[in-house]
Design a binder for this molecule. Structure first.
Ligand code: NAD
Ligand code: UGA
Length: 432
């Protein structure tokens, strides 16, 4: 099928490339010329394992193209996928739909025939119905609108896209034939597909992200209780996760959930509830719990170090999780900003997040070439991201660089059974 993807970010680039991989003809469009020109030259705008080879392979065989000319790209399209951002508006606190609306206007203005428009961005309930109306009012062509939320995770995006646990489709018109053709490769492998109306599909996406965020927030609270009562959170995670009704995934405590989706989507779900006069007590508590958790971590750091003024704190990991370069809404932002306010000097190292960090902090913090340089003369090293590279650090050597050999491991990176000698190790959820 001839597909155009609008928005060449984490979701758009991965979806477009994977649809090309399974045999469709895809044009990925973005108004960011630097991204598009880079992609044409084989330069990836994001770090995502396995993506580069797949982009280069499909670009070379001609079924994946990149363009900044939306008018030219969509005139022959059978399917147009919207994959632009839906961030939280910093003033209103609501979902910013301006990118979605701009993409829809561009589609309407440039159509060359009837088309199916698929919404892959995460959008509030009512958005797809509104766009269906907009696209079909005073238009020469019929636009069948489809809600098809995306569930991929950064760092696992290609596998998640090609082997999802389900495909969710919402529509108000007959699209099943074309959707089955689009996902033929998935369906022949018996991946479940669910059809429903727009609000059902839109709400499934928010419900899934909020459920996962709730699990993480709960285990972060349990970890705080665990360390106060002398329990071991790693054993608790195992003991709870062996209950198949709960499952063993998304139970790992850490510095708080972050990223461009969990924080914004739990807030958006609360607004969806408010708009229908429903008080979502539990949903509200998830955001509060997560923010409170980061405040607790800062207070623990200040208990470990005493007065933070002039103290050097090494931060290992600024991305919101491992295997991504994404620092959007990373817990590191909240934690580092508080430490800076308290007068600490911050040295950071992250395998992929340094350029994102420079955009946030500029000259306010120090960027180091490796973990050992980041530990130089430091009073405490804090592990915020579970990068596999941090498991391979020689912590003995690291501690020798430090003024005070203290490490606060918030991701259970350091094996408690073999704690490096001479180091005072603090772990989330484990006392002593
Ligand atoms: P992103 O910021 O990485 O990418 C969005 C891209 O869209 C940018 O390159 C931007 O330049 C481009 N863009 C914006 N408006 C445009 C327009 N009118 N025309 C052309 N290009 C335009 O965003 P993302 O992380 O890929 O997220 C996209 C959507 O998918 C969001 O709604 C998000 O909630 C959802 N989502 C994200 C993930 C994820 O892991 N990042 C997973 C599932 C769903
Ligand atoms: C999440 C969902 O997992 C995807 O299904 C969804 O498509 C995506 O959001 C989205 O809508 O954008 P992602 O944000 O890439 O994916 O990352 P996750 O792996 O879900 O992690 C989110 C946050 O929770 C991270 O900060 C991570 O460190 C934290 N987390 C996760 C934990 O602290 N503990 C865990 O056990 C799992």
């Amino acid at each position: 099928m001839k597909i155009v993807v609008i928005g060449t970010g984490y979701v758009g680039l991965v979806s477009g490339t994977c649809f090309a991989e399974i045999g469709h003809e895809v044009i990925c469009v973005d108004y960011d010329l630097v991204k598009i020109n880079g992609l044409i030259d084989g330069v990836m705008p994001i770090y995502e394992p396995g993506l580069e080879e797949m982009v280069v392979r499909n670009f070379a065989r001609g079924n994946l193209k990149f363009s900044s000319n939306i008018a030219e790209a969509i005139k022959d399209a059978e399917i147009v996928i919207i994959a632009v951002g839906t961030p939280t508006n910093s003033i209103t606190g609501k979902v910013d739909l301006s990118y979605i609306n701009a993409a829809a206007e561009a589609i309407k203005a440039n159509l060359g025939g009837d088309v199916i428009v698929i919404m892959k961005s995460t959008v509030p309930v009512g958005t797809c119905a509104g766009l269906s109306l907009l696209l079909n009012t005073d238009s020469k062509y019929i636009c069948r609108m489809v809600s098809n939320p995306e569930f991929l995770r950064e760092g696992h995006a290609i596998d998640d896209f090609l082997n999802p646990e389900r495909i969710v489709i919402g529509s108000d018109s007959e699209v099943e034939g074309e959707i089955r053709q689009l996902y033929a490769d998935h369906l022949k492998r018996n991946i479940p597909i669910l059809f429903g109306n727009f609000p059902t599909a839109e709400l499934i996406k928010y419900a899934a992200n909020t459920a996962l965020a709730a699990k993480v927030a709960l285990m972060n609270e349990i970890a705080c209780i665990s360390e106060r009562v002398g329990a071991d959170i790693t054993k608790i995670v195992e003991g709870v996760g062996l209950d198949s009704r709960i499952g063993n995934k998304f139970l790992s405590p850490g510095p708080g959930f972050g990223g461009s989706c969990f924080p914004k989507d739990t807030k958006a779900l609360l607004q969806i509830a408010e708009e229908v006069d429903f008080e979502g007590y539990l949903i509200r508590a998830i955001t509060k719990s997560n923010e409170n958790h980061m405040t607790n971590i800062v207070s623990n750091i200040s208990k470990i170090c005493g007065d933070l003024s002039g103290k050097i704190i090494t931060i290992l990991g600024v991305t919101y999780k491992a295997n991504t370069d994404d620092v959007r809404s990373s817990p590191a932002i909240n934690i580092i900003n508080h430490l800076l306010e308290m007068g600490a000097v911050i040295n950071i190292y992250d395998p992929e997040g340094m350029s994102g960090a420079k955009n946030i902090w500029g000259a306010k913090i120090n960027y180091c070439k490796d973990p050992y340089a980041a530990a130089k003369n430091s009073n405490l090293a804090v592990i915020l991201t579970e990068w596999v590279q941090f498991k391979e650090i020689d912590y003995k050597k690291l501690s020798e660089e430090m003024l005070e050999p203290k490490i606060y491991d918030l991701r259970n990176v350091i094996d408690i059974k073999e704690p490096p000698k001479g180091i005072k190790l603090y772990k989330l959820g484990i006392n002593g």
